[in-house]
Ligand binder design. Structure first.
Ligand code: SF4
Ligand code: SF4
Length: 188
């Protein structure tokens, strides 16, 4: 799917420098990137790495949706490095995502959301650019719908895990359970 980084001229004045470069990709530094099962699956496949290599655990934000494992009641997010996402790379004052082809859904979506069935730019967040919504409409609406269904899939999977394995198994067992679920959903 085409995103801001795939086409730097997309959605803003083409005579200007791509805004994400001049703002130094602050969104990749300021936010903790929470991920769902499909995000982890795509990153794991794309990087050829077990999820433990790029995931960090956080105390669950929402008691009813946290993952119950031996380590506690947790959420999954990308590891951070030097005060930003560990996949953010800086060379000669240019910042880029090193996992662009398989970055999490939330990264692809930022700074857009659906509001009352219409694509909008998040109003309360940090992005300083006034993006041209019309340019993004088609691809973002499709992406946001897909992302929403992946989060629903993830929430169901966590509920199923919690009902069966209340604090008895380690995170590694949950990760295996989660990746197996995604794999079966892809072949069914
Ligand atoms: S905050 Fe906005 S302009 Fe800055 S990197 Fe993120 S999307 Fe690009
Ligand atoms: S995965 Fe890429 S786009 Fe997402 S926060 Fe990390 S560096 Fe930024």
């Amino acid at each position: 799917m085409k995103t801001l980084e795939d086409d730097p001229n997309l959605g803003h004045n083409k005579t200007e420098k791509f805004p994400c470069v001049s703002c130094h990709t602050d969104c990749c530094k300021e936010y903790v990137i929470f991920v769902n099962a499909h995000d982890v699956y795509r990153l794991s496949m794309g990087l050829g790495l077990a999820p433990e290599n790029f995931l960090e655990i956080y105390g669950a934000k929402d008691y009813s949706l946290g993952i119950k494992v031996k380590e506690g009641l947790i959420d999954l997010a990308l590891k951070q490095k030097n005060g930003g996402c560990e996949f953010l790379e800086e060379t000669k004052d240019v910042f880029r995502c090193t996992v662009n082809d398989f970055k999490p859904g939330v990264c692809k979506a930022y700074p857009f959301e659906m509001k009352n069935g219409k694509l909008s730019q998040m109003s309360t967040l940090m992005c300083p650019v006034d993006w041209d919504l019309a340019e993004f409409e088609k691809m973002m609406v499709m992406h946001l719908k897909k992302d929403e269904s992946e989060w629903i899939f993830y929430n169901e999977l966590v509920k199923e895990w919690n009902a069966k394995h209340w604090r008895q198994k380690p995170l590694s067992a949950f990760l295996k359970f989660m990746l197996d679920k995604v794999e079966s959903s892809l072949i069914s």
